[in-house]
Design a protein around this ligand. Sequence first.
Ligand code: ZN
Length: 316
Amino acid sequence: MPLSNADTKVLWSNAAGLCSFPDCKELLVRFSKGKDGFYHLGEMAHLTARSIKGPRGKGLLSSKARDRVENHILLCPKCHTIIDKDPDEFPIELLLQFKLAHEGWVAETLHLNLEKRSSFLDFYFDLLKTMEHILLFDRWTWMIDHLWRDLSPSEVIESGAKVRMILLKTIWPGTIPKLEKAMIQTLQYWSDLCLHFASGARYRDGDAAFMISDHFYKGMSLEERFRAERKQEKWSNGNGQRIFTYVASLNHLVNVVRATLSPAYRQDFGHFIIPDELGYRNNGHSVYTKPHSIEPSSKKKAVQRKERARRKYSPK
Ligand SMILES: [Zn+2]
């Protein structure tokens, strides 16, 4: 499917009929003295190509998302040829910067009150960056692998407090409600996971960098030990369920960011998965949690979901 009629108009308007390549700004609507009058030479180039074989075609963007206006940049024929001939020199991220810079320049220049909008976008980009840092995206596998085994790096659990501070202090602009909801949800689930883990954990002896289960101590009677084991199991299952819920909401957030802020967001990375090579909870199968937004549903549904998660993640 080519770009829809409506999306075409949006792209042309946002670019003010000029080539979006930095410093080109070629006027794309011309007037001919011949009988045809106006004609245009604008080309609506894909950021991620329509086909996987096209220039910049790899990536996980769905074919539907590839046809959206967010995935297009308006260019003159010359600049379009340049970027397509050299996809390594002009990767998706760079083209997205060109697009946003040009559209931002148009908005500011024309005083379309979009200056306000772009500062709100900055708010979301900044918060996203903060979240990536606090939620340790760059050390995902290392972090999730530990958590999955009930062995948490202390900084992970301590980050819960930072997240609660963000939730308390942030004044949300309300420009992109769907994105805000997804961000808040992810932060809340993360905080919940950290609080739950901390409720049954202590620093590891001689190594405060990690936190471990705090259910046993020396000199317990058999009966106490039995009770503690059951408590620990309950705690551990609670961790598993919360990790599962958190990762699902994180994957949902990634989808929403791609749909609202940046089509190329973490495209190479795909989605967050929970590796389980050691077979700790899931018989050695890595878990891809389907992105889903958790709507306030009936209590019954929530209980069912919990029950399903519990059955799935009970240690064998
Ligand atoms: Zn150009």
